[in-house]
Ligand binder design. Structure first.
Ligand code: HEC
Length: 171
């Protein structure tokens, strides 16, 4: 047997559903907040982590050495610019890492050496290139120490990471 209260409840709940459908589902502020959340989530997912960018920096650092050693100045010029762009990307994407002011430090520490590298490459001066390269490497390591990552010691590479990129210039 159906109770009178149950008979009343069914139409009442249907009415409520109907009312909810007519009202705007969410107000604009809620919608904007939700949108911001989704945007932040997407950025988070598609922003490469500092470690990933550092691996790339290590590759550029190695390739730059072999381009310079081969006195392939156009290739060294390409590598030093890519390295510089990567440093700028790191500054923009990871201004801080734990307690470390990455953006500030990476600029301060690497820019003088990068500029010296650019000058050496422009001049085609191997000795100046090697000096500037070592200065850059010292800067890499100084920041690793400052970032509590002293175990990460960069050095002049002894063999190219890949052999499919030709370092010897076309003559
Ligand atoms: C702002 C300070 C800073 C500077 C400057 C810096 N690094 Fe790093 N590097 C870090 C930090 C912090 C990590 C560890 C990141 C992590 O644990 O997520 C790291 C990690 C690395 C790694 C290890 C990546 C891995 O996970 O395998 C390499 C390789 C590396 N850096 C290369 C370089 C090179 C080459 C330079 C210079 C051209 C350089 N770094 C300059 C802060 C710096």
């Amino acid at each position: 047997m159906t109770s009178p209260s149950f008979k009343f409840l069914v139409p009442a709940s249907l009415l409520m559903v109907g009312m909810a459908a007519c009202e705007p589902a969410v107000d604009e502020a809620t919608l904007n907040a939700r949108l911001a959340e989704v945007q932040a989530d997407l950025e988070d997912r598609f922003t490469p982590g500092l470690h990933t960018l550092m691996v790339d920096l290590g590759v550029r650092h190695a390739n730059l050495w072999f381009a310079g050693e081969a006195e392939n100045w156009p290739l060294a010029d390409y590598m030093v610019h890519e390295l510089e762009e990567l440093v700028e990307e790191i500054e923009a994407l990871h201004p801080t890492y734990r307690e470390v002011r990455v953006a500030e430090l990476i600029g301060e520490m690497t820019h003088p050496a990068i500029e010296a590298l650019e000058d050496a490459v422009d001049a085609g001066d191997l000795a100046a290139f090697q000096r500037a390269y070592d200065d850059l490497t010292v800067a890499c390591n100084a920041c690793h120490i400052a970032s509590d990552k002293a175990a990460l010691v960069m050095q002049r590479p002894t063999a190219p990471m890949s052999t499919n990129l030709r370092f010897t210039p076309e003559r």
